[in-house]
Design a protein around this ligand. Structure first.
Ligand SMILES: Nc1ncnc2c1ncn2[C@@H]1O[C@H](COP(=O)(O)OP(=O)(O)OP(=O)(O)O)[C@@H](O)[C@H]1O
Length: 304
């Protein structure tokens, strides 16, 4: 049995003469959050549909939670939470009716769990779905994906179009799923959407995986701007030549610089003084990631 949450080998999907996937080798470990990044048309949705057995591969092997989705049926679907990029449902039911129905299909979800998620997302369960705004329909989609606490969440471009409030709650749900030991496979076409939660990111281009990176390692390699506020004036010479530090300037009691990689040397040097405040901006991994691979002619920018 394959112990990873998802694995594919030499997975190919052609649509007539159109290329969908050209040989995808993917491995998502149990308990990790995996960001599946790629430009439009790269093959993300095709991969996800194959994992869910919504379409069948031309050739290659797929294993999801240790089984081949082609032969696993409902038993496997109950262990998965799926959010489609375009969550479409029959709009005549109320959100409560739909979620209760879907909960039954998945082997029973406590009403309290549905209510709790709806409260968190500020979703009115008693309105008909067709009377809900697009944002509120997306909330129904998020609730149905998470409500049965599935072992594996497969989320197709989940944050595109979510308002900041919903995005925040959604990311909290992803973190909670990981804390519970569950696996999250999340596609996106922008790094910023996945870098906050993903353990690893894989880049798909033209139907195959071109690279996989640990987000933590990307972060260590990233250049960020740092500002340190001291109680007393400091000399720029103390910091300018430290490993990873560049473009250091001191204005009064404030040191500003760029930091490439680990913060250790800078933090230790700063600790010789009284530090009043420290500001380190979140690095833009998109820039680092695509800058790095563009140099090698491997990956272009994926974001529009
Ligand atoms: N039903 C289909 N019939 C023909 N070609 C298809 C079909 N579905 C996908 N394709 C083609 O397969 C390739 C991969 O498409 P896919 O939708 O998987 O990409 P994606 O990475 O999900 O892109 P997007 O972000 O735009 O959804 C594209 O070239 C697309 O045109």
């Amino acid at each position: 049995m394959d112990e990873s949450a998802i694995s594919t080998e030499a997975l190919v999907k052609t649509y007539g003469r159109n290329r969908g996937l050209t040989g995808l080798d993917l491995r998502v470990e149990r308990g990790e959050v995996y960001g599946f990044l790629g430009p439009n048309g790269a093959g993300k949705s095709t991969t996800i549909r194959l994992l869910l057995d919504l379409i069948r591969p031309t050739s290659g092997r797929i294993s999801v939670l240790g089984v081949d989705p082609r032969h696993a049926g409902v038993a496997l679907r109950r262990r998965i939470g799926y959010l489609a990029g375009d969550f479409v449902v029959d709009g005549r039911q109320t959100a409560r009716e739909l979620l209760t129905y879907l909960g039954r299909l998945r082997g029973g979800v406590p009403t309290a769990r549905i209510t709790e998620l709806a409260d968190r997302l500020d979703l009115d369960l008693d309105r008909r779905i067709r009377a809900l705004s697009k944002g509120n329909r997306q909330k129904v989609g998020v609730v149905q994906a998470f409500m049965h606490a599935p072992e594996l969440l497969i989320l197709d471009e989940p944050t595109s179009g979510l308002d900041p409030f919903l995005q925040h709650e959604f990311l909290a749900l992803v973190r909670e799923a990981r804390a519970a030991g569950h696996t999250v496979f999340m596609s996106s076409h922008v790094m910023s959407e996945v870098q906050q939660t993903a353990d690893r990111v894989g880049i798909v281009r033209e139907g195959r995986l071109v690279t996989v990176e640990r987000v933590e390692e990307l972060r260590e390699r990233a250049v960020r701007r740092v500002e340190v506020q001291f109680a007393d004036p400091v000399r720029v010479e103390e910091f300018a030549a430290l490993p990873g530090v560049s473009a250091a300037t001191v204005t009064g009691t404030t040191l500003r610089c760029r930091l490439d990689g680990r913060a250790d040397a800078l933090v230790k040097a700063a600790a010789a003084h009284t530090v009043v405040g420290l500001l380190s901006e979140e690095p833009d991994l998109e820039e680092l990631f695509f800058g790095y691979y563009a140099d090698q002619g491997e990956v272009g920018r994926v974001a529009a």
